[in-house]
Design a protein around this ligand. Structure first.
Ligand SMILES: [Zn+2]
Length: 181
C-alpha cells in the first residue's frame, strides 16, 4: 500500500504558510509571528514545529526551532537553543532585559532554563496543560524562594501555534499507521 509514494515524508508536507506581519507594529503578535515562522521551518525538516526568538531592545538576538531529531539531543528544544545563542550574542548569561517568544509554553526543562538565565519575560502561544511549567501544568517561576522574578504571558497567537503542533502529530500518526503494515 502507498508504494507509489515511497519517498513521501511528513517533513516535506507542512500545510501551514508563513505569516507576514506588518513591520510597522512590533508588538507581541509581531514577534510571535516570527517564532511561528520558525515552527514552520521545523516542520519542513520533520522536527516538532516549535519556534523561539529572543528580543532585546526591540531586536531579535536569537532564533531557533526544535532540533531534537537532527541533533539526536533531547535538550535541543527551541528555547534552549535560543537561550544559548542569546547569551553568546550579548556576552552575558544573564538575560534580564530580554524577552523570549515561544510558540508553546515551555516544558519543565525550558522553564527551568528561563529562570536560570534570568529572562525578564517569557511570552508563549499555546499553553500546555500537560507539560507547561509557566502556569499551564504548574508555575515553576512561582517558587517562593526564587530571587529572580520572571513575567510569563500566554495566549499570544494561540490558535496557529496550537494548530500547527496538533496537525504535525496528526500527520505523523497517520504516516506511522500507514507504514505499519
Ligand atoms: Zn522544552
Amino acid at each position: 500500500m502507498n508504494s507509489d509514494y515511497p519517498s513521501q515524508r511528513a517533513g516535506l508536507t507542512c500545510p501551514f504558510e508563513k505569516l507576514r506581519p506588518s513591520q510597522l507594529v512590533r508588538d507581541d503578535n509581531f514577534f510571535m509571528s516570527l517564532a511561528f515562522n520558525l515552527a514552520v521551518d521545523a516542520w519542513r525538516v520533520d522536527e516538532v514545529p516549535i519556534g523561539a526568538i529572543i528580543i532585546r531592545g526591540g531586536e531579535a538576538i536569537a532564533a531557533a526551532h526544535n532540533e531534537v531529531e537532527r541533533a539526536n539531543d533531547p535538550t535541543a528544544h527551541a528555547e534552549m537553543l535560543a537561550i544559548t545563542q542569546a547569551a553568546k550574542k550579548i556576552g552575558d548569561w544573564r538575560l534580564n532585559d530580554c524577552t523570549l517568544y515561544v510558540t508553546k509554553e515551555p516544558c519543565p526543562m525550558c522553564s527551568g532554563a528561563s529562570i536560570m538565565s534570568r529572562l525578564g519575560r517569557v511570552v508563549f502561544g499555546w499553553g500546555d496543560p500537560k507539560m507547561g511549567c509557566l502556569g499551564g501544568a504548574t508555575p515553576l517561576h512561582g517558587l517562593p524562594q526564587l530571587n529572580h522574578r520572571l513575567t510569563a504571558q500566554g495566549g499570544v497567537l494561540e490558535a496557529p501555534c496550537r494548530e500547527i503542533i496538533q496537525a504535525y502529530f496528526a500527520q505523523k500518526r497517520q504516516r506511522e499507521s500507514g507504514t505499519a503494515t
